[in-house]
Design a protein around this ligand. Structure first.
Ligand code: CMP
Length: 363
């Protein structure tokens, strides 16, 4: 697997690069700032070239060159280097050539994963988006023809030709309307009103399609990730596939660094946790109890008084799956076996608590 370079590395270099690029476009900046910016830009480019070559060599050695070159990350790495290096070689170092450094923004991981999400949403919704685009062009074209007919006598300069009328239709349909071409006849204004309403409808539809597409695709990705995590938790192995699917929908993934307090004793609890990866330490009176992958915790508050009985801290970077109390109740009601398992474990843990408390009193 390609090793992940920490996000802050790219964030720092990209920030330095983009700030330097901006500084270079400021003609009245002191020469020292412009020189430093140019040097910083060369340094950033050198780092990106070294990183790209390193990744290419690594991918070639591990036989994943094609996969890397075609991946969103691979594409972002190539775009960060090739166009800029070519422009610098052909035209020399100039503020205009360095503007290509704006492509570095694509190297930020959220940008590349956002791009792959957008790509997928556009691919899935292509037909709906294309129908709205067609509607846009139909309205645009008919509006231009009609306003040309209605206004060409009064305003030949603005509406005398179809290209002029089309320009007006675009600015009106996109609700930009600069006011440089305005219908004067009653019919022309009626058409303008209809076109503006049509524009709002078209953009509303586009936004709606993209927003629902994004939401559905994010849910689908989250479901696949949760499904993989849930089916790897040994505790769920006994569940029927339909129950695992249900759980994958209900659980929320939470990635935590080590030494993070997940639960604090005495607080009110409204969810329980399953450990998909990593480990936690439960701080109980008779000494810390370590729980690893497949174990669960946080169930006692849900089954008892609602108050947490111990503090729980991660001992290594961990992936937890969270089940909210309402989902916990509904799910355990539908899966009595799982409910029984959780209750008996909570009973044992509660027993240990009582035992430790009694020992403390006796001592
Ligand atoms: P809860 O009380 O909701 O929050 C703290 C959690 O620590 C508790 O649920 C249990 O899941 C867990 N816990 C408490 N005591 C023990 C124990 N003796 N062994 C393992 N886990 C425990």
């Amino acid at each position: 697997m390609m090793r992940r370079i920490p996000t802050y590395f790219h964030l720092t270099i990209v920030t330095v690069g983009i700030v330097s690029m901006i500084a270079l476009t400021m003609q009245d900046a002191p020469p020292l700032i412009r020189q430093t910016s140019e040097r910083a830009l060369f340094a950033c480019l050198a780092i990106f070239i070294a990183e790209w070559l390193g990744k290419l060599v690594y991918a070639a050695r591990s036989g994943t060159l094609l996969a890397y070159a075609r991946s969103v990350g691979g594409l972002a790495d190539a775009l960060a280097v090739v166009p800029l290096a070519a422009a610098l070689l052909l035209a020399g170092s100039s503020p205009t050539a360095w503007l290509i450094a704006s492509l570095w923004i694509l190297k930020l991981p959220p940008a590349s994963s956002g791009l792959s999400l957008l790509n997928r949403v556009i691919a899935l919704e292509a037909r709906s988006l294309a129908s709205v685009a067609t509607l846009f062009f139909v309205i645009l074209f008919f509006a231009a023809v009609m306003v040309h007919l209605a206004e060409r006598e009064q305003q030949p300069a603005a509406f005398g030709s179809l290209p002029g009328a089309l320009y007006w239709a675009v600015t009106t349909l996109t609700t930009t309307g600069y006011g440089d071409a305005v219908p004067q006849t009653g019919l022309g204004r009626l058409i303008a009103g209809l076109v503006m309403i049509g524009g709002l409808a078209v953009f509303g539809l586009w936004t709606g399609i993209l927003a629902t597409g994004f939401a559905a695709e994010s849910r689908r990705r989250e479901f696949i990730q949760n499904w993989q995590l849930v089916s790897n938790v040994p505790f769920f192995k006994s569940l029927a596939p339909s129950a695992i699917i249900e759980l994958a929908r209900l659980l929320r993934r939470w990635d935590m660094p080590e030494k993070t307090v997940v639960i604090r004793e005495g607080r009110v609890g409204d969810c329980m946790y399953f450990i998909a990866a990593g480990a936690v330490e439960v701080q109980v009176k008779h000494g810390p109890v370590k729980l690893g992958p497949g174990a669960f915790f946080g169930e006692m508050a849900l089954l008892g008084s609602g108050v947490r009985t111990a503090t729980v801290i991660t001992t290594e970077p961990s992936t937890l799956l969270i089940l909210e109390v309402a989902d916990f109740r509904a799910f355990t009601a539908a899966n009595p076996d799982l409910a029984h398992l959780i209750e008996s474990e909570a009973g044992k843990r509660g027993g240990k608590h009582a035992h430790a408390a009694e020992k403390a009193k006796g001592g």
